[in-house]
Design a protein around this ligand. Structure first.
Ligand SMILES: Nc1ncnc2c1ncn2[C@@H]1O[C@H](COP(=O)(O)OP(=O)(O)OP(=O)(O)O)[C@@H](O)[C@H]1O
Ligand SMILES: [Mg+2]
Length: 266
């Protein structure tokens, strides 16, 4: 395997991500962190195997990060580099401005609704291949400016071959549906739940729920922009509440969630 290292990209709980030049293309090497213990290494390998196998199934699908190389001796994958900001970075950069200016507020809310809708539609289009992405959060959606979904390390396939994904860490569990915490059946609406949490955080700047799944905030959008748009606040809040219903059977499917979001007029 020949590649040139460009720069470090990210260091997460289990992984080290590096921007590399691979076959003349800017790419990303994702591998287990070398500074962690054997248990973390085992979890990282399990997640990489899952991601590698599921990305193979998703090859050629629009809006999904592409697997370029895998199984080259070391537990690692090479994926295409997606230029752009993650939704998490976009929130950090854009929300403050949106709080202060009503016109920018409209643009920001419109943009966020559109991007979460796109994420729901992309994942919905994969439902014949995968049951769920199972790890939606603002940091797993890249805007370039079209949406690209990344991080299929927790995804759930239709074959059940890779068993249950690893138990989410407390930091990530704020986006997880109850069935993921309880290890009961995950389905498409598991992603609806996490996208609803992602949407809330994009609009309010803070998570809706605590790690124990109690509400961290009053569940009504209340930033300055929404106090001037109470009808809109109610409409979005109602949709988020439905999408984050405790029982997966009470939630809209991804396509229904996307349709409801795109019907909101700002
Ligand atoms: N293909 C890519 N192109 C550009 N940036 C990427 C790419 N893949 C990952 N990143 C960046 O690296 C970060 C971590 O990558 P990734 O989500 O795959 O790791 P993880 O350990 O599985 O994440 P998590 O913290 O969600 O568990 C992403 O949030 C994003 O900022
Ligand atoms: Mg991630």
């Amino acid at each position: 395997m020949i590649y040139q290292i460009d720069r470090p990209l990210a260091q997460t709980e289990l992984f080290s991500l590096t921007v590399i030049n691979y076959n003349g293309k800017k790419s990303v090497l994702k591998e287990p962190r070398s500074d962690k213990g054997p248990e973390e290494y085992r979890l990282a390998c399990k997640s990489l195997t899952r991601e590698e196998n599921h990305l193979k199934l998703l090859r050629g699908n629009q809006g999904v990060v592409q697997l370029l190389e895998s199984s080259f001796g070391d537990p690692a994958i090479i994926i295409n580099y997606v230029q752009g900001l993650t939704l998490a970075e976009f929130i950090r950069e854009g929300r403050e401005k949106y709080l202060q200016n009503m016109l920018l507020g409209e643009q920001y809310v419109h943009h966020v609704l559109e991007k979460v809708t796109d994420a729901a539609r992309i994942q919905s289009s994969l439902s014949q291949i995968l049951l769920a992405h199972a790890d939606f959060s603002p940091s797993n959606i890249i805007l370039n400016p079209q949406v690209t979904l990344i991080d299929y390390g927790s995804s759930v396939g239709r074959s059940g071959k890779f068993g249950f994904p690893t138990t989410p860490s407390p930091k990530k569990s704020i986006y997880c549906a109850p069935e993921q915490i309880l290890h009961t059946d995950v389905n498409e609406t598991t992603d609806t739940y996490s996208l609803a949490m992602t949407l809330w955080e994009s609009l309010e700047g803070l998570p809706l729920r605590n790690t124990d799944h109690s509400f961290a905030q009053e569940n009504e959008l209340k930033t300055a922009f929404f106090s001037h748009h109470p009808y809109l606040a109610r409409e979005i809040t109602t949709l988020i509440r439905q999408a984050a219903a405790p029982s997966s059977f009470d939630r809209p499917k991804l396509e229904e969630f996307a349709d409801a979001l795109s019907a909101i007029k700002i």
